[in-house]
Ligand binder design. Sequence first.
Ligand code: ADP
Ligand code: MG
Length: 260
Amino acid sequence: MIATSDLSVFIGRLRIVRGVTFKAQPGEVTAIIGPNGSGKTTLLKALSGDAAYTGSAGIDGIEIASMKPWQAAGLRAVLPQSTSLSFPFTVREIVRLGLTGGSAGPGRSGDRVAEALARVDLEGFAGRFYQELSGGEQQRVQLARVLCQVWDPVVDGRPCWLFLDEPVSSLDIRHQLAVMDVARTYAESGGGVIAVLHDLNLTAMYADEVLVMRKGEMAAFGAPRSVLDDRLLEDVFECRLRVGALPAGGVPFVLPQSAG
Ligand code: ADP
Ligand code: MG
């Protein structure tokens, strides 16, 4: 389990996130939503060990700030919001970077790269140059790298975690669903997923729990049905929204309303 208590996160001397207390369980997809600049990426950076914080943040009771990089690398893999590269790496080279955590035995690494690329619908892309791919294809290469790093959702009885910052932001609808299915499968296999999402409908479809950020603070935390509420979303996103629910299963959906 990932648990934070009164977590505040700093960039330099600036406190960007304040007072966040929540829990994310393995076996579940936890979504973080909120407007641009509300602190989603900064919160994920603290959980990744990449930003200074006060309060506490732990994975299975181990304080994140006290983890050694190799220890953290075996427990969680991070898909950043954007990744730019200035060297002509091939797709295979990028995905193999995920293997340096050492979870694949010798001889398995080639298979694993191919398997990871297949999971993100990029079979046959291993020899291509990363820089020559579309933004959406690059995003899926990065996801394949991240999957390689924590390939087994549970290792020696301990769940591993995927931290995904806007994993579907550049993807067409089919690949959005495919990537969210990868996340859900990972969780169903015993791992944990924390994903920053902008699409409220994907959030409703895939998230077990939703953390709503607003101006650096937690505005709400709970199941989609309780959090995806007209008033709360209008307040947080500062625009007119209506949440509906389909009769089948009562999955909520959100439609923007034009002004007036
Ligand atoms: P989100 O991911 O929700 O869009 P971020 O966590 O990236 O938001 O940023 C939250 C706030 O922190 C924003 O107001 C942003 O301008 C500020 N911020 C982010 N990174 C830095 C930085 N390196 N220096 C100063 N301010 C930053
Ligand atoms: Mg962000």
